[in-house]
Ligand binder design. Sequence first.
Ligand SMILES: [Ca+2]
Length: 407
Amino acid sequence: MRKSGMRISGMRILLAMIAAVGSINAALAQEPDFDTWLNGFRAEAAAAGIRSDIIDEAFEGVTINKRVYELNDNQPEFSRAIWNYLDSAISKTRVTNARVKSAEHKSLLSLIEQAYGVDAEIIVAIWGLETSYGAIMGNYDAIQALATLAYQGRRTGYGRSQLIGALKILQHGYATRDDLKGSWAGAMGHTQFIPTTYLAYAIDHDGDGKRDIWNNLGDVFASTANYLSVSGYTQNEAWGTEVKLPDGFDYALSDNGIRKPLVEWAALGAQATGSESLLSQFDPNIRGKLILPAGANGPAFLTFGNFDAIMKYNRSTAYALAVSFLSEEAAGRSGIVATSWPRDDRPLTQEERKALQQALLDKGFNPGPIDGIIGAGTKAALRAWQKETGRQVDGYASSTVLEALTL
Ligand SMILES: [Ca+2]
């Protein structure tokens, strides 16, 4: 019985994979060639006020870069098991350097901290995560990378708007064509600003007339602090904390839409992992949400408003946790807790994550796009299915859940 169920589930996954490959091929067949696409894009850029000589210069010799599509489908903060991601994101070297860099740039960071109301340690942590403190800023040509994303695939809207942003940077003379280097997704400089973020929030801290996020650390730190500040960061407030939950806890409370004052979470049984109580460590009225990045079998965290500000930088819980942990180290505290990851759980492959989304959709629970990314939409659909079928409502896409969904 069990065996035949597994076979059917395997076949369903295979069929879903074949269907997915078929639809990609069909989509590719309908795409215009790059030059035709570029002519259409020229009109769009012109309508956005970009001069034709800027477009000509920017696109000279530009072709699509297929590697960008591969990288787009395998973003580690979304595709790897969170404990594996964290192992490399907060490696020993990066942790050591968080302290070293904080000390090295102490006076500059403290000026920025005062000017923007953003704690130095969070700026250093983002700098560490994004580019290993400026060591790896990316060598992709941003125009090429963004044109590739804009041309086809699942992020064409992002690619087009960022490409227009990059052209505006050139037209205003904020940077030269050669300066526009960065990640495969068009994020640039020490803390990896995408063009629209650069245009809206980058700061000329030293007053030399350039917002130089590639070479000037004052500009880099001020730009990062400014962006965090407008994202709602509050100085001297914690990002959150790891908590222990009692037996029988209602995991459905771990929901992006549910925020409660700390005192209420404590009343529900949430406890500190260390010896000091939650209510003595933090403001009892601070509002937090409960996150279970590895489901009910992994560690639990209560996160406050600053965690949401970090997530504006990159909408990945794994990323925001890495930044949070690293910020504790940058501040000279011992930040890395959460030793209880369920490391024996097998993470789902991208095709399996797509199969899981398709299965949810087939059962009437809309997970959003079938893209293999377990984001808020997929988690909400998963929770709804878990609730309806009387399971533990943790929204965690485990291999057990996939098996049950595809039986
Ligand atoms: Ca400057």
